[in-house]
Design a protein around this ligand. Structure first.
Ligand code: ADP
Ligand code: MG
Length: 250
């Protein structure tokens, strides 16, 4: 589902990604851990066409990110083609970024109606199903300001799922939440993982990584320091940098 080879990205003189290699199989759930500033968000943003990479290649579901190949040559995607490619990928951020002037269900319907051109009736029926899936079937008409942070984040997940993505990217989805609201969001992510969704999750929730993820990747200073099963990386890490990070977050 995701194939990254030698991915490099700089901001000015600052090299943030220094050759990232990663393969994620369909249905796999991979968590990214690492100190702040190590390049985790940048890497997710590169996968989702939000940053242009300076070197290497990424493909999602067999399609090269940012380019298409034709007769052996690479051509940059046009904005329309980028928009089409991005529909395969759903992203959930630390800040929920719901539209404040739209109700929960209208937030979920927005992209299917305005991007995919679904009728409002069709979009509404599937948005209601999605709200039920994230445990908010009784809140379609509620505005974001009247929802808790955990509920808003679950609407954000439903909104991302509304475009029927093949891959879901989560960037610290619970970091902005009060501790008592973290569990309800992780539970939704866990059930999504159980349904076979391919997911890359940047998180400091070690319990989630251990319990739900197939693979854990530890990143520091723009490189993948180590990657392996949750047991390998979280219980028996090989590198001092991983050990030192884990001793701080555990
Ligand atoms: P992480 O998510 O692991 O905390 P980020 O990918 O957000 O790390 O950031 C990695 C580095 O890149 C940081 O030093 C950050 O300041 C820098 N950075 C991120 N985005 C930009 C940007 N748009 N312009 C300049 N520097 C950036
Ligand atoms: Mg980040």
């Amino acid at each position: 589902m995701v194939e990254a080879r030698g991915v490099r990205k700089s901001f000015g003189d600052l090299e943030v990604l220094k050759g990232i290699d990663l393969t994620v199989q369909q249905g796999e759930v991979v968590s990214f851990l690492g100190p702040s500033g190590s390049g985790k968000s940048t890497f997710l943003r590169c996968i989702n066409h939000l940053e242009r990479i300076d070197g290497g290649e990424i493909s999602v579901n067999g399609h090269l990110v940012g380019y298409r190949r034709h007769n052996g040559k690479k051509y940059e995607l046009k904005p329309k083609e980028v928009a089409a490619a991005r529909r395969d990928v759903g992203m959930v951020f630390q800040r929920f970024n719901l539209f404040p002037h739209l109700t929960a269900i209208e937030n979920v319907m927005e992209a299917p109606v305005f991007v995919k051109g679904l009728s409002r009736a069709e979009a509404k029926a599937s948005a209601q199903d999605l709200l039920e899936r994230v445990g908010l079937g009784d809140k379609p008409a509620v505005y974001p300001s009247a929802l808790s942070g955990g509920q808003q984040q679950r609407v954000a997940i439903a909104r991302a799922l509304a475009m029927k993505p093949k891959l879901m990217l989560f960037d610290e989805p619970t970091s902005a939440l009060d501790p008592e609201l973290v569990g309800e969001v992780l539970d939704v992510m866990k059930s999504l993982a159980g349904e076979g969704m391919t997911m890359i999750v940047v998180t400091h929730e070690i319990g989630f990584a251990r319990e739900v993820c197939d693979r854990v990747v530890f990143m520091d200073g723009g490189v993948i320091v180590e990657a392996g099963s949750p047991r390998e990386v979280l219980v028996a890490p090989q590198h001092d940098r991983t050990k030192s990070f884990l001793s701080k977050v555990l």
